[in-house]
Design a binder for this molecule. Structure first.
Ligand code: NAD
Ligand code: DAU
Length: 352
């Protein structure tokens, strides 16, 4: 069995926890080092089922701390990086663009420089895989799909910081020969999604009969992908992607926000035994997000033809599984909304 030592950054976040789980379970001969600062978005409760596995190691730390990154590379003889750590919420980026630039640009640059320095230009068997987003392409007109050739046109502080980090990754590939991969995925949904993002926020508010804030007219379109399908795409790209390339990942599953929220209301009324229409009455149109991108839509044909990856979970099934997960895990939701999850690290890792 192949031995590898892989550093996954941001592994305590939403997507990162699914990637860590997939790799720890699927590749018992790999050591998976999860490096995470545990910001408000990082939650080790997401990884309870793998935390005691012998091929999993958690390293609490900041990608802004370059000395710490060097130590981690050295201590674990890291030969592959899957970089997910980031500030990820567009609304927060509008309030604090500098924090986004710092984490997403400088943090990525630190990681690139730690990989380059630790690998001493011996890049045989090494890979630096950067997880980016479809938002770097900007907003798509109806009928247009983002391909890997679509010009970069970020329009929020979040997407500007992600686009900038993509440029640095490409610069390290071009200037220093660092073997890099980039993927740009559409909107994810599924278990362990922090309830500040559309779908988990709506599920939480429906559960608590609170108003459902739809930005603007609710006509913005997003292309939704089940998070485990994203994790499987990351696995396919990490193992089968070509160095220096960018891969789009998407679900070919476009929904207007208002249609999605109505569908969620219908699903939850059914699950909660409420009269049809009860949840939809909670919908409230609120002030639009400034600079709100109208539509994202991904053409993932390059990934499909090069690796054979395809989404396995339809939106109807994935949304139902997601709602069922939140209903079965209200303790997780309560810990997140009350902030109790922040104590989990101290309890698990600092008790001795
Ligand atoms: P998230 O906000 O749920 O998780 C981010 C993680 O990064 C958290 O665990 C946080 O503690 C960690 N982190 C933040 N700053 C850090 C720092 N300075 N040092 C170390 N760790 C730090 O994000 P997510 O939704 O899981 O997204 C993960 C990645 O995927 C991001 O890079 C995001 O841009 C990208 N992405 C997300 C989506 C989506 O729909 N959520 C879609 C496409 C791409
Ligand atoms: O496309 C990939 C991106 O998807 C990722 O790179 C980001 O990290 C991720 O957060 C997500 O960005 P969005 O801005 O698309 O996701 P969000 O869940 O914040 O919003 C989805 C849509 O729903 C968007 O059009 C704004 C709208 N919205 C959102 C919230 C939180 C509402 O109408 N009401 C809300 O309360």
């Amino acid at each position: 069995m192949t031995k590898r030592n892989i550093l996954i950054t941001g592994g305590a976040g939403f997507i990162g926890s699914h990637v860590v789980r997939l790799f720890v379970n699927k590749y018992p001969s790999y050591l998976i080092v999860n490096l995470d600062k545990l910001t408000y978005a990082g939650n080790l409760e997401n990884l309870k089922d793998v935390e005691n596995k012998s091929n999993y190691h958690f390293a609490k730390g900041d990608i802004l701390d370059v000395e710490f990154l060097y130590e981690v590379f050295k201590k674990h003889d890291i030969d592959g990086v899957i970089h997910l750590a980031a500030e990820s919420h567009v609304d927060r980026s509008l309030h604090n663009p500098v924090e986004f630039a710092s984490t997403n640009i400088i943090g990525t640059l630190n990681l690139l420089s730690a990989a380059q320095a630790s690998w001493h230009s011996n890049y045989q068997g090494k890979v630096f895989y950067h997880i980016s987003t479809d938002e770097v392409y900007g907003s798509a007109e109806h009928g247009i799909f983002f391909t890997e050739q679509t010009p970069i046109d970020p329009r929020s502080p979040y997407s500007a910081s992600k686009a900038s980090s993509d440029h640095f990754v490409n610069a390290y590939n071009n200037s220093y020969g660092l073997p890099t991969l980039i993927s740009r995925c559409s909107n994810n949904y599924g278990p362990y999604h922090f309830p500040e993002k559309l779908i988990p926020l709506m599920i939480n508010n429906i559960l608590n009969s609170k108003s459902l804030p739809v930005y603007g007219k609710g006509e913005n379109v997003r292309d939704w992908l089940f998070v485990e399908d994203h994790a499987r795409a990351i696995d396919a790209i990490f193992h089968g992607g070509t160095s220096g390339q960018v891969y789009n990942i998407g679900g070919n599953n476009e929904w207007r926000n208002i249609d999605l929220v109505n569908f969620l209301c219908h699903t939850m009324d059914h699950k909660l035994g409420r009269e049809e229409g009860t949840s939809a009455r909670l919908i409230t149109y609120v002030k639009d997000r400034p600079g709100h991108d109208l539509r994202y839509a991904i053409d993932a044909s390059k990934l499909i033809s090069e690796t054979g990856w395809r989404p396995q979970v339809s939106f109807e099934v994935g949304l139902e599984m997601t709602v069922e997960w939140y209903l079965a895990n209200q303790e997780w939701l309560r810990h997140v909304t009350s902030g109790e999850y922040l104590q989990y690290y101290a309890k698990m890792y600092q008790s001795s």
